[in-house]
Design a protein around this ligand. Structure first.
Ligand SMILES: Cc1cc2nc3c(=O)[nH]c(=O)nc-3n(C[C@H](O)[C@H](O)[C@H](O)COP(=O)(O)OP(=O)(O)OC[C@H]3O[C@@H](n4cnc5c(N)ncnc54)[C@H](O)[C@@H]3O)c2cc1C
Ligand SMILES: NC(=O)c1ccc[n+]([C@@H]2O[C@H](COP(=O)([O-])OP(=O)(O)OC[C@H]3O[C@@H](n4cnc5c(N)ncnc54)[C@H](OP(=O)(O)O)[C@@H]3O)[C@@H](O)[C@H]2O)c1
Ligand code: HEM
Ligand SMILES: Cc1cc2nc3c(=O)[nH]c(=O)nc-3n(C[C@H](O)[C@H](O)[C@H](O)COP(=O)(O)O)c2cc1C
Length: 1067
């Protein structure tokens, strides 16, 4: 073959080839990572075979040509033949049984036959729905496990009239256990490295499992033959069908093979589709709402019928888009019939295995654009879907060997999604869950849990009646539910109250906890405290609801998005009549355009929908430092007085220190409790990046908790531990010996671990914020507890006129206790004052192409003289990270950043400009590391420029050597601004100056479609914005002679946010 281009290959090892490249647990991760690095085609040499991976639409389109390529079962599929021989899934196309079964079964999977299976599908979907209904709203549902039960039970019932009854037994049916083990072992067998005797036990079990599978299926078959039935299932079709081509019937053995095949091919795939669909719906409230609206409009509250199945186009869009992003079979394999060239230049040899890497090919920007990574069901509605180029969407495989069960899976999944959205509102059990994959024959989400609240206030039995179509009871439901909830007193003897919060980093959650722990003193009992999304479509009537929420870039916090989307969509002005509410909003003035946007919106929309505002909205600005005081002042002066007036409750606030209600006893046994939304990571390296005497900046490398994945540009949330010296100060002040244990008992609500004995230093260290500024109410409690009159007087002033002194100096309760020694504060009262420990976020400064399971962070250590004048102020998380060394463990989780803050999908054609200062370099190190891996793999990338600001060369120019090497490789061009040595950066002091100094290059890249990224402090963000606007203004003037005024320039800039540029700035 002349004029050919060799297919790129990673450097391999002699004998072993590329085995070492593969992630053993999740090989797909390696295949996709290599496609990111090498581009649309690469080859791996694995023991006994070479595989060419293709991942662009143009190549997949070629490989789908059945004249040139065909399916031959290899690897795990080949092993599965031990159990099901030449059943449809595992047969070679030339095997006669494949042809006979294919022709006999095609009509059985046709639209009319599948319609006929609707009632049985409905029955199993109802079983699933009722199981979740009975769990109740706080039970975490193992999503994938329950969808797998749905798929298996549906398949067994519809294909052969057999019931596994998976929802009624805790033990797995022996057939299913055998099938699971058989599939796992079939996946393991191709990778065996030891002599066969070594696997004797595994083999014995393997053949026994096969025996169980075949015996059970054969029994069903023989039973049916003995007692013929009129059932229109797949078994009947196989028994009665005649192959139109050969006139032959399927043999008993082939029927058994295929009965098992349907279960194998259809259970994980359908379960994967449903699990991924719900994962995406929970992450995309807008899509969730549209899907639920479609169900409500098309089906309403009545029973679901087969006629509805074709009238749910949006749900169809959701399923197609889910299968695009996460095809449960993420790659399919074919072999080349002859030596051939792909794209006219890449040589592929006869019989060589070619993988169609759908997980990557379905993201091809040439077909799906630069937002291909995003979940957008709209692009998969019928019209655009039908216009997709041929072979651009292949989750069901190709040509003759495409999935025969597609219509079956489609109807089953459509029905399940519709029934579940009609019946429940869902929230993610862990709102910060980031997708982890489990790979067996297929892929599915790992560890994904959600919670389900029945809609319309129904009880499980009312729901059961509705699903069964018993209208009369369903009709009386809404009035029942309202009456049910109007109880005059809660379980604790007070009036019930619901508290809901929207919170990403814990501020609003701790306010919600605070109001919950105060409620009993004002005559209320908390009937529910939970995230806002649990009240999506479901606000209780007849009891007050307190809502505390923040905003993020003008959007709701992650756990409030579904709720906000719902209240925004309510049109009926009476929909929420009977709901009593009040809102407290948290915000930061730096986000001037969207300051407090979400709390204000919720407050207004609830009123517009007919709800009654019982107390005026309260607002606080965390940028001003005394948010806790603002919240407590609102509680004391607005919330509780209004509630008292409205509900006639009485309060008991006589003794503040006692009222906080924590009882503490000191004992010895130990135990520990961990937060749920973070998991254990391991530090492997830590080093200082700055010169002696400079403010310290550090680099830390961490192994992610298993299963967590990330993209360059994402964040890492870190749950820190207070600095040792701060903990020791607290222990000293309360005269606690170093080994003291404490047990906390509480009558009210608290976020501290209760009724369990824990070391005092771990409570102080891990559970509470010790350095938050004291609130006015906190100081009020100190006044009560002060023994010395003059200290009492000083503290009284601090709690009133001189409070500013506290907030500007950020004086903590601990600072005050140390200063005012006569204050005899009970330990329980102190603990009750402290907010729970919050996570801090850090930009990840590495790329998964460097290491998919490790991340690095680049951070500034906050350690400076305290504004309170008492010692040093040591930042909690930054000092905690700085204290860690190789081998230490910590609690972390990956949090995705804004969709726009990632490298462009089309790296070959879209230039990149990154601008940052100080640790603002963090995400860009990840970006450039990623590009450098691509360049090293031989890819040609569009240009990238990095503008970076620091003080001086050799002092704090982070990663200078690395950046130099990456610059030499062509991955980036670096321009610096040295603020304390501008002479060494061509006169540029700050990055914005450097940007302007390179104005021509920047303008050219911008015009070539560059994406711009900004990271650092807010001031840097503003400086860069001004510089870019100036460049634009002077370009227009130069070309067109026109002046663009400041206002228009600002509008132009705002209009391009998150399309042409993305910022990641926070002070
Ligand atoms: C999305 C995002 C990404 C981020 N990425 C990074 C990153 O990559 N690298 C990085 O270094 N940081 C990053 N940050 C900032 C980081 O999250 C932390 O805020 C920072 O490390 C400080 O946390 P800390 O726990 O050490 O300080 P804290 O204990 O939380 O203290 C901070 C508070 O103390 C106040 N304070 C400061 N100095 C004093 C003083 N002298 N006396 C009294 N009070 C004082 C501050 O005003 C602030 O309110 C990021 C932030 C966000 C939101
Ligand atoms: N994803 C994110 O949101 C993210 C990620 C990482 C870091 N950060 C934030 O970024 C900030 C960087 O902190 P750091 O300690 O690393 O920085 P730093 O070392 O204090 O400052 C870095 C450089 O920026 C310069 N600078 C100061 N004011 C500037 C301005 N108005 N315009 C342009 N440059 C300016 C400094 O100059 P002089 O000191 O000489 O004036 C210095 O040369 C922090 O607020 C951190 O929280 C955010
Ligand atoms: C969303 C759900 C499903 C997906 C994504 C899916 C996907 C696929 C894919 C990609 C193939 C081709 C595999 C290859 O080329 O090696 C395939 C084949 C097959 N599927 Fe499905 N499938 C699903 C559901 C089902 C169901 C429910 C059944 C059975 C009722 C089923 C039965 C089969 C069979 C028998 C084959 C082999 C067809 C042949 O080669 O003749 N599938 N499926
Ligand atoms: C990335 C980011 C974006 C923000 N956007 C806004 C905003 O648009 N409007 C606003 O009022 N506050 C905004 N804030 C401030 C938050 O609302 C504030 O930090 C609040 O305390 C967060 O509450 P939580 O800790 O309960 O999540 C933003 C904060 C961050 C980190």
């Amino acid at each position: 073959m002349s004029n050919t281009t060799p297919i790129p290959e990673p450097p391999g090892l002699p004998f072993l080839g590329h085995v070492a490249e593969l992630d053993r647990e999740l090989p797909l991760r390696s295949f996709v990572g290599l496609a990111d690095k090498y581009g649309e085609i690469y080859r791996l040499r694995l023991p006994g075979r070479s595989v060419v991976f293709t991942s662009s639409h143009r190549l997949i389109d070629e490989v789908c040509d059945e004249k040139r390529f065909k399916k031959i079962p290899k690897g795990a599929l080949y092993e599965i033949r031990n159990g099901v021989h030449d059943g449809l899934f595992t047969a070679k196309v030339e095997e006669p049984n494949w042809g006979i079964a294919h022709r006999v079964l095609m009509p059985a999977f046709g639209p009319m036959s599948i319609r006929g299976m609707f009632d049985e599908m409905h029955e199993i979907a109802t079983q699933l729905t009722m199981k979740w209904a009975r769990y109740g709203p706080s039970h975490p549902i193992e999503v994938t496990d329950d969808f797998t039960r749905l798929a298996l039970d549906t398949l067994a019932l519809c294909s052969m009239g057999y019931r596994f009854n998976s929802y009624y037994t805790s033990e797995m049916h022996p057939f299913l256990a055998a099938m699971g083990d058989f599939l796992t072992e079939s996946g393991n067998r191709p990778n065996r490295t030891m002599p066969s005797w070594f696997y004797r036990n595994e083999d014995t079990k393997y053949w026994k499992d096969i025996e169980t599978l075949r015996r059970t299926s054969d029994e069903v078959l023989q039973e049916r033959k003995k007692n013929p039935s009129e059932r229109k299932d797949l078994l009947s079709a196989m028994l009665k069908g005649v192959d139109p081509k050969t006139g032959e019937h399927m043999t008993d053995e082939s029927i058994t093979d295929n009965l098992i095949t349907f279960l194998i091919a259809g259970h994980e795939t359908t379960s994967g589709l449903l699990s991924f669909a719900f994962y995406e719906l929970l992450r995309h409230p807008e899509a969730y709402r549209k899907a639920q609206e479609e169900v409500d409009t098309v089906i309403g509250k009545g029973p679901i019928t087969v006629e509805h199945m074709s009238k749910l186009p949006y749900i169809a869009g959701i399923m197609r888009e889910t299968l695009r992003l996460d095809a449960p079979i993420p790659q399919i394999g074919v072999t080349s019939k002859e030596d051939t060239l792909l794209a006219g230049k890449y040589p592929v040899y006869k019989d060589e295995l070619v993988s169609l890497l759908l997980k990557k090919a379905h993201l091809d920007p040439a077909v799906y654009g630069d937002d291909a990574q995003e979940f957008k069901p709209e692009r998969m509605l019928d019209e655009p879907f039908n216009k997709l180029p041929k072979n651009a969407w292949k989750p069901f495989g190709n040509g003759l060997r495409a999935c025969i069960g597609r219509p079956f899976a489609w109807q089953e999944a459509t029905l399940a999604i519709a029934m579940l959205l009609q019946s429940f509102n869902f929230v993610a059990d862990d709102p910060s869950y980031s997708l982890a994959l489990k790979q067996t024959l297929t892929i599915k989400p790992k560890g994904f849990r959600m919670r389900a609240t029945i809609r319309d206030g129904l009880t499980p039995s009312q729901l059961e009646h509705r699903l069964a179509g018993k209208e009369s009871l369903a009709d009386s439901i809404s009035s029942l539910s309202v009456k049910d909830s109007v109880k005059s007193t809660g379980e604790g003897g007070g009036k019930p109250i619901t508290i809901l919060y929207g919170s990403n980093s814990g501020t609003c959650e701790s306010f919600a906890q605070r109001v919950a722990s105060d409620a009993s003193r004002y005559g209320f009992t908390v009937s529910k405290i939970d995230i806002l999304d649990t009240a999506n479509g479901n606000l209780p009537k007849g009891q007050p609801v307190i809502i505390v929420t923040a905003s993020y870039e003008g959007q709701p916090p992650d756990n409030a998005a579904h709720f906000v989307s719902w209240v925004e969509s309510i049109k009926d002005k009476k929909a929420l009549e009977g709901v009593h509410y009040t809102v407290f909003g948290v915000g930061h003035h730096d986000w001037a355009q969207t300051f407090h946007r979400i709390p204000k919106l919720v407050d207004r929309k609830l009123e517009e929908a007919g709800a009654t505002r019982v107390a005026d909205m309260g607002l606080t600005d965390v940028g001003n430092g005394d948010a806790f005081t603002d919240f407590e002042t609102w509680e004391d002066e607005v919330l509780w007085p209004a509630f008292k007036k409205q509900y006639g409750t009485s309060d008991d606030t006589s003794d503040l220190s006692q009222a906080v209600g924590l009882k503490v006893s000191i004992t010895s046994p130990r135990t520990s409790t961990l937060r749920q939304d973070v998991h254990e990571g391991l530090v492997v390296e830590s080093r200082t990046l700055t010169a002696e005497g400079e403010p310290t900046k550090k680099h830390i490398e961490i192994v992610l908790p298993s299963d967590e994945t990330y993209r360059a540009g994402d964040y890492l949330a870190v749950l820190p531990i207070n600095p040792k010296q701060t903990v020791e100060r607290a222990m000293r002040r309360f005269h606690l010996p170093w080994d003291a244990h404490i047990t906390i008992g509480s009558d009210g609500m608290t976020s501290l671990p209760t009724n369990t004995s824990l070391p005092a230093h771990s409570i102080f260290g891990a559970y509470v914020e010790l350095s938050q500024p004291a609130t006015k109410r906190n100081i009020g409690v100190l006044v009560e507890a002060a023994k010395d009159e003059s200290e009492k007087e000083t503290l009284k002033k601090l709690a009133s006129d001189s409070y500013e002194d506290i907030s500007t100096k950020r004086t903590s309760v601990l600072d005050l206790l140390e200063k005012y020694e006569s204050v005899d504060l009970p330990l329980g009262a102190f603990l009750a004052m402290l907010p729970p420990m919050r996570v801090r976020q850090y930009s990840i400064s590495s790329s998964p192409l460097w290491n998919p399971s490790h991340v690095t962070l680049t951070f500034s250590v906050l350690d400076s003289p305290s504004k309170s004048g008492q010692g040093r102020y040591v930042g909690v998380a930054s000092s905690y990270l700085a204290s860690l060394a190789a081998g230490d463990k910590l609690h972390i989780s990956v949090r995705p950043s804004h969709a726009a803050f990632h490298l462009p999908q089309d790296v070959e054609n879209t230039p990149v400009i990154c601008v940052g200062a100080g640790t603002g370099l963090a995400p860009f190190r990840g970006f450039i590391q990623e590009r450098s891996a691509m360049v090293a793999a031989g890819r040609k990338l569009a240009p990238a420029m990095l503008f970076i600001g620091c003080r001086a060369p050799g002092k704090d120019d982070l990663y200078a050597d690395e950046l130099e090497a990456w610059e030499k490789s062509g991955a980036v061009t670096v321009r610096r601004a040295y603020s304390r040595a501008p002479g060494e950066s061509g006169g540029s002091k700050y990055v914005q100056d450097a940007l302007k100094a390179s104005g021509e290059e920047v303008t050219k890249l911008w015009k070539d479609g560059a994406k711009l990224f900004i990271c650092g402090s807010r001031a840097v963000g503003e400086g860069v914005r001004d510089a870019i606007m100036e460049l634009m203004q002077s370009d227009v003037k130069g070309r067109l002679g026109k002046e663009v005024d400041g206002e228009d320039a600002a509008k132009w800039w705002e209009g391009l946010r998150n399309t042409r540029y993305a910022t990641d700035v926070f002070d």
